[in-house]
Design a protein around this ligand. Structure first.
Ligand code: ADP
Ligand code: ADP
Length: 225
């Protein structure tokens, strides 16, 4: 089964009212485990809507969203919330780390929310931070870390619960080119080593070229890249 599949996904805001916006017009895509796919979209094309629907934060008007072969669109809120927590990781352009907690705590907390004990959560958090080269900074709060370090901590947080799907929205968008390159390298290494499927929205064509393939979203439809 694909790690993530969307089939015929449609979404309209303000449906039936004057000025309704048809944002997604039948989007289909599938990501295999261990595959990194770039999502390239002009502003307003529906990228955020697509990522939110893929991550079970929003529901489509029509179509199917499958995680690991399981149709999630028709499931109840509890099942969707649980699937999102256990199987999907999110990374945004701005890391949204909790400022009053250390790097280690930021990575441990989502595991504890999923029922892992504090000790085990902190051991895994430290392993992940070591893995991306910010282990020595584990005891610092985000404000004391560089942008690249903060973004690597955000990766660790997104991966803490071993999701099968990673959804990233301009994950290196606020970093200088060198740091962006390094952080992106970490992302690709994690995809290759853990079998994670990653859908990465980016305007950076050089990064898109380093992924397995590119999907282009234009006016709510996937068009040839
Ligand atoms: P992108 O991320 O590609 O810029 P979005 O998915 O955020 O695009 O939005 C696509 C279109 O849908 C835009 O025209 C936007 O103004 C509109 N839109 C997004 N969210 C809403 C909403 N909650 N209500 C009404 N229109 C929305
Ligand atoms: P374990 O269950 O003991 O963590 P795994 O085979 O799952 O063993 O992982 C081996 C290594 O890869 C460990 O360092 C682990 O932290 C790391 N790892 C496992 N899953 C992920 C993931 N989804 N993202 C990043 N690193 C991971």
């Amino acid at each position: 089964d694909p790690a993530l599949a969307l089939e015929g996904v449609e979404k309209t805001y303000g449906r039936g009212r004057a000025g309704e916006v048809r944002v997604l017009r039948g989007v289909s895509l599938a990501l295999a485990p261990g595959e990194a796919v770039a999502l390239v979209a002009p502003s307003g094309a529906g990228k955020s809507t697509l990522l939110h629907i893929a991550g079970l934060l929003d529901t489509p008007d029509a179509g199917v969203v499958r995680l690991g072969g399981q149709d999630m669109a028709g499931r109840g809120d509890r099942a969707r919330t649980q699937a999102r927590r256990d199987r999907v990781g999110f990374i945004y352009q701005f890391h949204h780390l909790l400022p009053e907690f250390t790097a280690l705590e930021n990575v441990a907390l989502p595991q504890m929310a999923a029922g892992v004990g504090r000790r085990a959560a902190e051991v895994r958090a430290q392993e992940l931070l070591d893995r991306v080269g910010v282990g020595p900074r584990a005891g610092h709060r985000p404000a004391a870390l560089s942008g690249g370090e903060q973004q690597r901590v955000a990766f660790c947080r997104a991966l803490a619960n071993r999701p099968s799907v990673l959804l990233a929205d301009e994950p290196t968008g606020n970093l200088d080119p060198e740091t962006s390159d390094q952080v992106f390298g970490v992302l690709m290494a994690l995809v290759r080593e853990t079998g994670l499927a990653a859908l990465v929205a980016t305007h950076n064509m050089a990064l898109a070229a380093r992924m397995d393939r590119t999907l282009r979203l234009e006016a709510g439809e996937i068009v040839p890249a």
